[in-house]
Design a protein around this ligand. Structure first.
Ligand SMILES: *Cc1c(COP(=O)(O)O)cnc(C)c1O
Length: 409
């Protein structure tokens, strides 16, 4: 498949280029010291992570520890409730160990850290999901783990903080500024600058400076590789459409990478939150503009001064003012369609999937479910494969407090 001179049969090797660019997006915007340590990670990634030994070990871990391959489930009752013309399917990343797709890249990053002889992994976390996944990987490999987290987020996300500590991680409270994710990123980068000889920074999505958007995509590509083969095996065909939610964009890139060279429509779903006004959503690709933040060039939501603006979504995992540079590129190419789902529709989909299929999805993943349900009503034949990025256990307290148990009134 070709689009604007991009040959998708060799796309995953061609992009990003050596400097980490997907077209004009991506790259690495860091000071010299940090750049040196990023270069070290890039080199290690190309030499170590492509070695037969590394690949074999990661494969074994995916099977024995993570529980991969995760299945695809035919959502038959949901499909019937929408008229039965379109068949919906879910790739069950909610069944990945620790309940979401994030462990796919955290296990890869931590294994790379081990091969590089590092003793520690460092990261920031907002809602705590990345922190928990990385703490899980660190415990498995016997690495120290420092997770930087804003003081406000620490209070809000008590269960995830407890999980990280139980897993042996050191949760470092950040008290600067608004005491949330942005300050946590700054603090984690500062710490990494001091400790880069013995530590490695582990980014939680397909964002940040090169090589992370590439590396995280590659570690997540297991989702798309499995899904394509499983779907063909189950149905004899490729899906008509593939749908995934986009925060930073890692679960989406993992799924999309498996289908870029196929005649398959691909949809990325961003959170519209409470509406289109600045501050009420986190749909960066839909409403943002080009800019540099956190060491990379992409499309982002900016305030009047050009800094990352405050964003909002009911799904804390989608609450980020930018998305990965590769998504910005695929959007410009027209290969992936990006669209939005608001809080209310995602919550409705949360209850619908729970009650019709016995699967309680994460509120992030519910955005993809809601979009697939809308899409099914517009199509007249075919199938939709949803990437169900995670399970909803983490969201239950919030759901109960704000929406109850979803009984029809
Ligand atoms: C973190 C998270 C997301 C968003 O992250 P991406 O990098 O966009 O995939 C989506 N779903 C779940 C369940 C998450 O925990």
């Amino acid at each position: 498949m070709k689009k604007k001179n991009v040959d998708f049969s060799t796309y995953l090797v061609d992009y990003p280029n050596k400097e980490g660019y997907f077209g004009k997006y991506g790259g690495s915007y860091l000071d010299k010291n940090l750049q040196k340590s990023m270069d070290e990670i890039t080199e290690a990634y190309f030499s170590i992570a492509q070695s037969r030994k590394f690949i074999a070990e990661l494969r074994r871990i995916r099977q024995e520890f993570q529980g991969r391959p995760t299945p695809i489930t035919h959502l038959e009752r949901l499909s019937n409730s929408l008229g039965g013309k379109i068949q919906l399917y879910a790739k069950r990343e909610d069944l990945n160990h620790s309940g979401a797709h994030k462990l796919n890249h955290c296990m890869g990053e931590a294994l790379l850290a081990k091969y590089m002889g590092k003793k520690k992994v460092i990261a920031e976390t907002g809602a705590g999901q990345h922190g928990v996944a990385l703490a899980t990987a660190a415990a498995y490999f016997g690495l120290e783990c420092d997770i930087y987290m804003g003081a406000v987020d620490i209070k809000k996300q008590a269960p995830n903080v407890a999980k990280m500590k139980i897993l042996g991680a050191n949760v470092v409270e950040v008290t600067e500024g608004l005491q949330t994710l942005k300050e946590a990123v700054d603090a984690a980068f500062t710490a990494y600058q001091k400790e880069y000889k013995e530590a490695i920074y582990c980014i939680g999505s397909v964002v940040g400076p090169h090589p992370f958007p590439m590396m995280v995509r590659d570690f997540q590509s297991i989702v798309g590789i499995e899904a394509r083969e499983q779907f063909l095996d189950m149905t004899g065909n490729l899906p008509t459409s593939v749908v995934a939610c986009v925060g930073g964009g890692s679960n989406a890139m993992g799924m999309f990478s498996g289908f870029l060279n196929d005649p398959v429509e691909i949809y990325g779903v961003e959170p519209l939150g409470k509406g289109k006004k600045l501050g009420q959503h986190a749909a960066s690709l839909s409403y943002g503009s080009e800019g540099v933040m956190h060491g990379f060039n992409s499309i982002m939501i900016k305030d009047k001064k050009g800094n990352p603006a405050p964003v909002y979504s009911v799904a804390s995992g989608l609450d980020y003012p930018s998305s990965g540079p590769e998504h910005a590129f695929l959007k410009d190419l027209g290969r992936v369609t990006y669209d939005v789902i608001n809080d209310d529709d995602s919550i409705e989909a949360f209850f619908t999937l729970s009650k019709l299929e016995g699967i309680i999805p994460a509120i992030e993943s519910s955005h993809a479910v809601a979009y697939a349900m809308k899409l099914a009503k517009k199509m007249d034949h075919g199938s939709i494969l949803i990437n169900l990025s995670g399970r909803g256990d983490k969201d239950l307290d919030y759901i109960l407090e704000n929406y109850g148990t979803g009984e029809k009134k």
